[in-house]
Design a protein around this ligand. Structure first.
Ligand SMILES: Cc1cc2nc3c(=O)[nH]c(=O)nc-3n(C[C@H](O)[C@H](O)[C@H](O)COP(=O)(O)OP(=O)(O)OC[C@H]3O[C@@H](n4cnc5c(N)ncnc54)[C@H](O)[C@@H]3O)c2cc1C
Length: 469
């Protein structure tokens, strides 16, 4: 009998053939010419070799793939945009359900909703919604997948104005572990809908998302940078200023290195700096007045690229700095209070950014995101003010050790000043305790829902919630 070998089992060729026939999309195997390209994910540190990659094109393909994976005892990874830090959109020896071809976006301008295919990136969504002068919250890079970002939270430029990405989810279509196709919303399978909003890919494969849209078209936005020597002052001011600002002003703080090339001014090339990336969604005729005191705060900023721009321009502004294929290592925490002591540590580690692409971001999660009822979703950190992430990034694998060491030691220094929990979207594989820290008191409720929808833990290639025993 001809077989395909995985690390732990063999699959008869006849079964593979049957699977291929059941799919409208492609089934990619290790001997296929496209295999190496198909198995790559965004983080070049990840080098996994799945036994099979099913490029699904519709829900029927997903049902066939889930059924095949379950019946053959394979580890099943769900791939949306492929941006997950530890590479949880792929796996060794198992089956990857690759949704990247499931791309459609249908905007309903009168209902102000969009139905979004399970494999869309945020660029797909922003492009489609912007034509109607509408937008929904996402992250800060447009190549990130809708699937992973939304199901784990979704912190971005519109968090203070419109909440997290998952707060704007109205309905999802899901293929469950037993192959059943269900719709989950506030009215249908409300337990599943609750768990999916924060619980990541633990409960099934989402084949489409329906998002609420907001009238956001031209934003007044962009980066404002100051010299690194001012970072303690900037951080202290930022800490006190932003929480009392109106919801229509969002700004994430960053340590960064100015890229050495156009369009950045030559005299700043290669300089370590601190800054805030703003996004103001209020009336444009009031933007100058809103920013006048900010601009005056420390004298003119060293770089001020804040101005009116289409929302998708802001969303894709940093894409060129972070193309796929760089090495990534990151660690994150939630933060309730940014003490002077924590700021002093930030200043110390910010000055030691190990590579030009490495960074630290503090994302505000107050405003609209902070006002959502705490138990409305499985996202556990509603009362925190910030999500803080230290990110080592480099195109060169030779930097991995150095940037990983910096990220770890920066995180260790700041962790005692944090709210104690993790953010599943900005974690590496950090063990069960960190997953539990993400969900806190919701973990047991999630584990019970996991038992109801995926008792055998078919969907375990993720920040895993084990089914309750
Ligand atoms: C450059 C970059 C910028 C980022 N910026 C932000 C940001 O601004 N804000 C923020 O909150 N996060 C951000 N992230 C983190 C991001 O949210 C996570 O990495 C997330 O996992 C990426 O989702 P994905 O679909 O691209 O990833 P994938 O690797 O494809 O999937 C990750 C996991 O999500 C699950 N999943 C994905 N799609 C589906 C689906 N359709 N159904 C069920 N499960 C699914 C699976 O469990 C999978 O293991 C960023 C990441 C990167 C690399």
């Amino acid at each position: 009998m001809a077989t395909t070998a995985t690390a732990t089992l063999t699959i008869a060729d006849a079964d593979i053939e049957q699977f291929t026939t059941a799919l409208r999309g492609e089934l990619i195997q290790p001997a296929d010419p496209g295999y190496d390209a198909a198995r790559q994910v965004y983080n070049a540190m990840i080098d996994k070799r799945p036994a099979l990659i099913a490029r699904c094109v519709d829900a029927a393909d997903v049902i066939a793939a889930v059924t095949f994976g379950r019946e053959h005892g394979l580890a099943v990874a769900i791939r949306g945009g492929g941006h997950n830090g530890p590479g949880l959109g792929t796996c060794d020896h198992g089956l990857v359900i690759d949704l990247s071809s499931m791309k459609g976006v249908r905007v309903d301008p009168s209902a102000r909703t969009a139905r979004v295919g399970g494999g869309c990136t945020w660029a797909d969504v922003d492009h489609a919604t912007h034509a109607f002068g509408l937008a929904t919250p996402s992250g800060i890079i447009s190549t990130t997948g809708v699937g992973g970002l939304t199901l784990g939270g979704g912190v971005g430029h519109l968090s203070r104005q419109c909440g997290l990405a998952l707060d704007n989810l109205v309905e999802v279509d899901v293929v469950l572990a037993d192959g059943q196709f269900v719709t989950a919303s506030a009215n249908e399978h409300p337990d599943l809908f609750w768990a999916l909003r924060g619980g990541g890919g633990n409960f099934g494969v989402v084949t489409s998302f329906v998002f609420r849209l907001h009238p956001i078209d031209t934003v007044y936005a962009g980066p404002m940078l100051w010299p690194l020597e001012r970072s303690a002052d900037v951080l202290r001011w930022y800490r006190d200023f932003l929480p009392q600002a109106a919801d229509d002003l969002n700004g994430f703080f960053a340590f960064l290195v100015v890229p050495s090339g156009p369009p950045f001014p030559e005299h700043l090339h290669g300089h370590k700096m601190c800054g805030v990336v703003w996004c103001y969604t209020g009336p444009l005729d009031q933007a100058d007045a809103v920013f006048a005191p900010i601009r005056a705060q420390f004298g003119p900023p060293a770089l001020d690229w804040v101005g009116p721009m289409p929302h998708p321009t802001l969303q894709s502004m940093f894409d060129p700095i972070y193309p796929p294929g760089h090495q990534w290592y990151w660690k994150a925490d939630f933060v309730n209070e940014l003490s002077d002591e924590a700021i002093a540590l930030h200043v110390r580690y910010g000055a030691e950014l190990p590579t030009p692409q490495s960074t630290m971001h503090l994302y505000p999660i107050d405003g609209a995101a902070g006002r959502v009822a705490r138990d409305a979703t499985a996202w556990n950190y509603r009362s925190a003010k910030w999500a803080q992430v230290m990110v080592g990034v480099s195109p060169d694998p030779a930097d991995n050790e150095r940037m990983t060491a910096w990220t770890r030691s920066y995180w260790q220094a700041l962790h005692p000043h944090s709210a104690g929990g993790a953010y599943v979207n900005m974690m590496m594989e950090e063990g069960d305790d960190r997953v539990r820290a993400s969900y806190g008191e919701y973990y047991d409720r999630l584990a019970a829902i996991k038992r109801a929808y995926d008792p055998a833990n078919l969907f375990r290639v993720n920040q895993n919630i084990a089914p309750a025993g």
